[in-house]
Design a protein around this ligand. Structure first.
Ligand code: UT7
Length: 330
């Protein structure tokens, strides 16, 4: 292989408004103790009326570019945005972001893979870099899930937050230690009905009736999703490690999707990786879907946890049902 892909830099942005468990106690039939012990969540960020996905994506991108020693905005030759909460059903938020960045004549598209979206986008970026077509790809995971909350359903209304994470993926010589070693993305559509936004698409278009039924909000069968998430993330990660002859002892850090602390603990147990190597930000941001992995990488970099050369696993699971794992040397 002539070229390899590496993560050059990562940045994130979350909106200013913080909503903690005690604030939620005032809005729904819940309590801080239940949320903390059943999910590990304490705070989440919500947008105000003026912010949409592209606004958060733009700020996360600015932070990623600021964190890079080499990449400038003009170097970006492809934009991939992972989101299920785009500014508009169409066009792609990636195109809106492209305009904000002042970039022309490059491909820009969105990926809809639920909470696995960033992993999917990274896998695609890797292929484009390795085959020599692209040199510098902006990959963003962004969600505004606060606008999809069903306040009548305490089983889901405490779980989600807003945010964006952006990564600059660059071409690197084949002898460079920092590179994406391998990735696998996959899906099992059998159980797609366990996690979805029911209305607002072509199956059930928006209507006064769909709004009355709260059908434009998140529907999730949490218990079933929980078990599938553990099995899927640990299974695909074990497969990627095995085919690269990498032992779990060689892994410095795992950045898992932040859906539930108990899911993260179960994945760690199944993979036989100590919790001290699982990076957790769920207490601060709750579940930000496709933004959770890049936000968590960004935070870990700022806290000097992940360093250049570390062996890192990224893994996620989400609506679709989609899942995947990326193995890399940072
Ligand atoms: O990001 C995409 C993937 N998403 C996920 O992976 C999420 C996966 N699922 C989960 O994380 C968990 O299933 C939840 C956090 C959603 C729910 O946790 P659980 O431990 O599975 O709770 P449960 O639904 O089994 O409910 C247990 C009890 C019930 O009460 P009873 O029937 O035992 O009396 C619920 O009514 O907890 C009650 N409950 C709550 N109590 C206080 C459910 N939600 C709440 C709440 N506050 N917010």
């Amino acid at each position: 292989m002539k070229y390899r892909a590496m993560i050059d830099s990562v940045g994130h942005y979350v909106p200013k408004k913080i909503v903690n468990n005690f604030d939620l106690e005032k809005k729904t039939d819940t309590n801080d103790e239940w949320i903390k012990t059943r999910t590990g969540m304490f705070e989440r960020h919500y947008v105000d009326d003026t912010e949409a996905a592209s606004d958060l994506a733009f700020k996360a991108t600015e932070n990623a570019i600021y964190s890079s020693n080499t990449t400038t905005k003009q170097d970006i030759d492809m934009i991939i945005v992972a989101t299920v909460t785009s500014d508009h059903p169409f066009p792609a938020t990636a195109c809106i972001l492209q305009k904000r960045l002042g970039l022309k004549d490059i491909p820009a598209f969105d990926i809809c893979a639920g909470c696995s979206g960033f992993i999917y986008a990274l896998d695609i970026a890797k292929q484009y870099i390795e085959n020599g077509i692209a040199k510098t790809i902006l990959v963003v995971g962004v969600e505004i899930l606060s606008q999809l909350i069903n306040w009548a359903d305490r089983g889901t209304n405490i779980l989600f937050g807003d945010g964006a994470g952006a990564a600059i993926i660059t071409r690197t010589p084949s002898n460079c230690i920092s590179h994406i070693i391998d990735s696998k993305i996959t899906a099992d559509g059998t159980d797609w009905e366990l996690l979805l936004q029911v209305a607002g698409g072509s199956r059930i278009p928006a209507s006064p009736d769909s709004i009355r039924k709260n059908a434009h909000t998140i529907y999730m069968e949490g218990n079933k999703i929980f078990k599938l998430a553990v099995r899927a993330m640990s299974g695909v990660t074990a497969e990627v490690l095995k085919r690269n002859n990498v032992s779990t002892k060689d892994i410095d850090w795992v950045v898992p999707h932040q859906a539930n602390l108990r899911i993260i603990e179960s994945v760690a147990e199944k993979l036989n990786i100590p919790m001290s190597r699982m990076i957790v930000t769920i207490d601060k941001f709750a579940n930000t879907s496709s933004a959770s992995v890049p936000i968590t990488i960004s935070v870990a970099l700022k806290q000097n946890m992940i360093k250049r050369g570390d062996m890192v696993v990224l893994t996620a699971f989400g609506a679709g049902l989609t899942f995947g794992t990326v193995l890399l040397r940072y």
